[in-house]
Ligand binder design. Structure first.
Ligand code: HEC
Length: 450
């Protein structure tokens, strides 16, 4: 409510966040799981005096260094860039509450990169036993980065005791922490195996190559165990109304009403199970035939699983950015009654002063965090055949705070606006599909607001 708006046509700002975050999750879980992978694999190489395995590790360590430091760090900064533009109020809430946690996170993160640099550049210059110790340290530090950030990520869906205490640690160690960490730790092991396929597929010696393929496959076993346990626990940890939203689609699926969220969860489970099956019949049972191309395709499957799981997690939180506290458009739940009374222009710092632009401006500030005009979750499509009057009626329903009379309370925030402002919004929304009715709204340039 306090910041200017970033307008992203067609895709919407949230998808910019989504794409960058999914890529980041995909690389950062590899960076964390890689710690355990290097520690255990190098320990095996050391114990068995296995020169071939040492050669493999040196190759893999270069690949790892490039992917995690370059791609991981760039997408990490990209997340800050996109969330602060597309969701400034939510980002401010996180920074204000978790400055300390983030300071710790960055400390671990710097140590993590420095430790890996030491690891990578000392392959032939350090006693072998000592080099294994560096790997173990890297593994410990990289898991510490995950343990720190996990509290902040889960906070947004299950703020727990923070809702009343507003004490950062209550928010950090919340009900969602345990199940999420169980799932993510399993995922880091699987990711380590998945990326190892790629390096392994480049090995020349067919015997050794097949051995390493089977070895990397085994890194999926923890995820096969932790994913179902973590998922069940995760659902139990959800607030009751979120859980109901998530399962609603299952109960009504038979009637053909398969909600988007339920579909996403279903897809995530199917995709994860497919990946597991793929590992078994591919690199494990047919280790010799698993080529670089197959390894690469496998990575794409992994990306699909990451996307669907992360997307479901985001969908679960709708209509909030911080559950039960702040809506996706930055409006605080506790302030809604007051804001509705004051009206839109008086409540939003960056509201337009130009009446001709009011409707569009309201849409951008209140709806565009989830909708676009004619792209993702578009108004053009969702408004259907409603005329201006029907749209106004819908907006008035959306303003009702009683869930019995407003079926949208679980997916959309209440609209802030006086009757005249709601009329301006419905006029604008109607003009999206019927441009001939548009007032000068889209053509006149408003004087810039100071
Ligand atoms: C927190 C995210 C969020 C915000 C903010 C939001 N919506 Fe929605 N809206 C949704 C979701 C999710 C749906 C369901 C979409 C679907 O079924 O594909 C939806 C559905 C709709 C529909 C179709 C409803 C129906 O029953 O046909 C309309 C119309 C709509 N929104 C208008 C608006 C308007 C206008 C605003 C701003 C005042 C707004 N939305 C703000 C998330 C949001």
């Amino acid at each position: 409510v306090n910041y200017p708006l970033w307008d992203v046509p067609t895709l919407g700002g949230t998808w910019i966040i989504g794409i960058i975050s999914i890529l980041h999750v995909f690389v950062s879980h590899f960076a964390v799981g890689g710690g355990a992978f290097f520690a255990l694999t190098e320990w095996l190489a050391y114990k068995n005096n296995d020169e071939k395995m040492y050669d493999f590790l040196k190759k893999h360590s270069l690949f790892f260094l490039l992917v995690t430091t370059v791609f991981g760090a760039v997408t990490g900064v990209g997340i800050w860039w996109s969330i602060s533009l597309a969701s400034p109020n939510g980002t401010a809430t996180l920074i204000q509450n978790f400055s300390l946690a983030w300071a710790i996170e960055y400390l671990f993160f710097l140590t993590e990169i420095a430790t890996f640099a030491v690891y990578h550049y000392t392959w032939n210059h350090m006693p072998r036993k000592q080099h294994v110790t560096v790997a173990i340290w890297y593994a410990i530090i990289s898991y510490l980065t995950l343990f720190t950030i996990n509290g902040i990520l889960t906070f947004m869906l299950t703020p727990g005791k923070w809702a009343t205490s507003h004490y950062w640690f209550d928010g950090w160690l919340n009900e969602g922490y345990g199940p999420a960490i169980v799932i993510r730790v399993g995922m880091t092991f699987a990711m380590a195996g998945m990326y190892a396929f790629l390096t392994t597929s480049q090995l020349k010696d067919p015997e050794f190559r097949a051995k390493m393929m089977r070895y990397a496959s085994k890194w999926f076993i923890p995820a096969a165990i932790t994913a179902p346990i973590g998922l069940a626990w995760y659902f139990l940890s959800l607030p009751p109304d979120v859980l109901q939203n998530a399962t609603h689609g299952f109960q009504t699926a038979a009637a053909g009403n398969f909600s988007v969220l339920t579909r996403a969860i279903y897809m995530a489970v199917v995709a994860a199970a497919t990946v597991m099956g793929f590992v078994l019949v591919g690199p494990y049972l047919n280790a010799r035939g698993f080529t670089t191309v197959a390894s690469f395709l496998f990575l794409v499957c992994g990306l699909l699983v990451t996307s669907t799981t992360e997307w479901s997690r985001e969908m679960l939180r709708k209509p909030y950015v911080v559950y039960n506290y702040m809506y996706s458009n930055g409006v605080l739940k506790s302030e809604v009654p007051k804001l509705i009374e004051k009206g839109y222009v008086a409540s939003f710092k960056w509201a337009t002063q130009n009446p001709a632009e009011l409707g569009q401006n309201m849409f951008r500030n209140q709806c565009a965090s989830c909708h676009t005009v004619d792209g993702y979750r578009s108004m053009k499509q969702l408004l259907g055949e409603r005329d201006e009057k029907a749209i106004l009626a819908l907006l008035q329903t959306m303003q009702n705070l009683d869930p019995k009379q407003n079926p949208y309370t679980t997916i959309m925030p209440p609209v802030i606006g006086k009757k005249s402002e709601l009329e301006a919004l419905s006029k604008y929304l109607y003009s999206i599909k019927h441009p001939e009715t548009a007032q000068s709204a889209n053509t006149t340039m408003a004087p810039p607001q100071v």
